[in-house]
Every structure is written in structure tokens, then in C-alpha cells.
Design a protein around this ligand. Structure first.
Ligand code: PAF
Length: 278
């Protein structure tokens, strides 16, 4: 596995390559990321992973400075997972001057849920992802369903800008207790780690209620948020939405329930695709 830090080296390493499969990451990798690499390997071209903590998608009060940078360990994991090439640029390489051209995703998709609580987040994500796509020029790009709204936004960007890339979704990996794997789980202390599973349990609870025939979305969302709040969480949202564009459910839609909540200083997100249509 080769590790490159500049766009020029990356282009040289990929010269003549076809069918490149790409997994963009911010590093601090866990089994969830490695499952995306495994998925990328099925595409049969070279597998490229990027490691770049993207300042543009962090608000000033968020954890950009403290986000764990673990390049050496990440590269060991990627090598063992069968990745062929790692692109790990520094900020000066990817943003040699202020990034004034940005990708502005539509408000209907990007200013709701995560975008409502993290204004500008999806502009930062789309801008860096488009830039990384231009550097890597992949045929396939793999994104985890754990960041469900991100996956939707990227799919829509690829479609609207006619990028010749298949966006493939990787399933969320979970711990034995059901907690979705996330780099931010590393911020949790032992008792918060035990409590963290409550988030996925709330989502499973919504699924059970739906299977029983409940359809009063707002009351269900409210109840799940209340139940988290009683346990000491600060919930941002629990939302039952249609899968395709995260709009409000209407007849016949396949559904997903998404949630974001803070436990102590750590903000966790999760979601569950529901096997019940409206
Ligand atoms: O999901 C992430 O890790 C990031 O949002 C991404 C896609 C690598 C862009 O910085």
C-alpha cells in the first residue's frame, strides 16, 4: 500500500488506473470504515482511501482541533484491510488558499436535521468531497449509512452534477450492544459508553411501535426525545422520514428514523431503516 500526501503524487500513482473505488474518511478509523474498504474491494479496481480532517465542515465551537489524528495506526489498518493507496493531504495541500468556491447543496435536503443543527456542515462536506472526487477520479465511491443524510446529499450532488461515479452505501457497523461505531465514541467515558446504547434502543423502539401500527409520527418522535432527555441526554432530533430525500412520510414511502443527541459533551448520531412502509 502506498501513502501519498500531494495531489501530484496521487495523480501519478493513479495514472492509467480504471475502476478506482474510493473511500473518503477523516481518519481515526474503526471497523465501520474497514467494512467500507471491504465493500470498495468488490469493485475490482484499485482501492483508494483519503484521510483528511476537513475544517470546512466544522463550526468554530466544534471538535476540529481535538479530532483524533492517528495516521500511522490508520495506515496499518488500511494496509491490513487491502487498501492500495492512501491519500493523506495536509490542509495547505487541499486548501492552499481560502476555499471561496463552494458546493451549496439544496436547503430542502441540507438545512434539515443535521444541517439545521450544524449550519454549513453539508456545504463543507460537499465541497471537500467534490474536490476529493476531482483528485481521485473514482468510478465508485463508498459512504457509510451511519451518516445517512450525508449519503443522501452526496448521492444528489453526484446526480445533479452528472459525476460519472457510482455511490455505494455501506451498512452501519455496531458494537455488540448495538451502539453504532463512530470515531466520536472514543470521547465517551466508561459510564457514557454504557449509556450510549440508549440511542439505538430508542430507534429500535420506534420500529417496534411502527410494526404495531402506530403512525402518529410527531408523538412518536417526541416520546423518543423525551425518553432520552429523562436519561440525561440532550436530544437534537428524532425524526421519522422517507428514505429517498428525508422528506415527511407520505403514502407508500419506505422510511428511516434518524436521531442526534448529546451525551455529556459528545454528540452522537444514528439511524435505522424501517421495514414498514406507510
Ligand atoms: O464522513 C466523513 O468522514 C466526512 O464527512 C467525509 C465524507 C470524509 C468528508 O470530510
Amino acid at each position: 500500500m502506498r501513502i501519498v500526501h500531494t495531489i501530484a503524487e496521487l495523480r501519478q500513482a493513479l495514472a492509467g488506473a480504471t475502476g478506482t473505488a474510493f473511500v473518503p474518511t477523516m481518519g481515526n478509523l474503526h471497523a465501520g470504515h474497514l467494512s467500507l474498504i471491504e465493500r470498495a474491494r468488490k469493485a475490482r479496481g484499485p482501492v483508494v482511501a483519503s484521510i483528511f480532517v476537513n475544517r470546512l465542515q466544522f463550526a468554530p465551537h466544534e471538535d476540529f482541533d481535538t479530532y483524533p489524528r492517528t495516521l500511522e495506526r490508520d495506515c496499518d489498518l488500511l494496509r491490513a484491510a487491502g487498501c492500495n493507496l492512501v491519500f493523506a493531504p495536509n490542509e495547505a495541500e487541499l486548501y492552499p488558499e481560502p476555499q471561496v468556491f463552494k458546493v451549496e447543496p439544496p436547503a430542502a435536503l441540507a438545512d434539515i436535521l443535521e444541517g439545521h443543527f450544524r449550519p454549513g456542515f453539508f456545504t463543507g462536506v460537499c465541497t471537500v468531497v467534490l474536490k476529493l472526487f476531482n483528485c481521485v477520479q473514482p468510478r465508485v465511491a463508498v459512504f457509510g449509512k451511519k451518516d445517512y443524510q450525508q449519503l443522501m446529499v452526496i448521492r444528489r450532488m453526484v446526480q445533479q452534477l452528472a459525476l460519472p461515479i457510482d455511490v455505494v452505501a455501506g451498512e452501519t457497523m455496531r458494537g455488540e450492544d448495538g451502539l453504532a461505531l463512530s470515531s466520536r465514541n472514543g470521547y465517551l467515558d466508561a459510564s457514557q459508553r454504557l449509556e450510549a446504547v440508549a440511542l439505538s434502543r430508542e430507534l429500535s423502539g420506534v420500529r417496534i411501535e411502527l410494526r404495531r401500527g402506530r403512525r402518529d409520527w410527531s408523538a412518536m418522535e417526541e416520546a423518543a426525545m423525551q425518553s432520552l432527555a429523562v436519561r440525561g441526554w440532550q436530544p437534537d432530533y428524532v425524526a421519522i422520514r422517507r428514505r429517498t430525500d428525508l422528506g415527511m412520510p407520505t403514502n407508500g414511502d419506505a422510511l428511516v428514523v434518524l436521531a442526534a443527541a448529546r451525551i455529556g459533551a459528545t454528540r452522537l448520531i444514528d439511524n435505522l431503516e424501517l421495514d414498514v412502509a406507510v
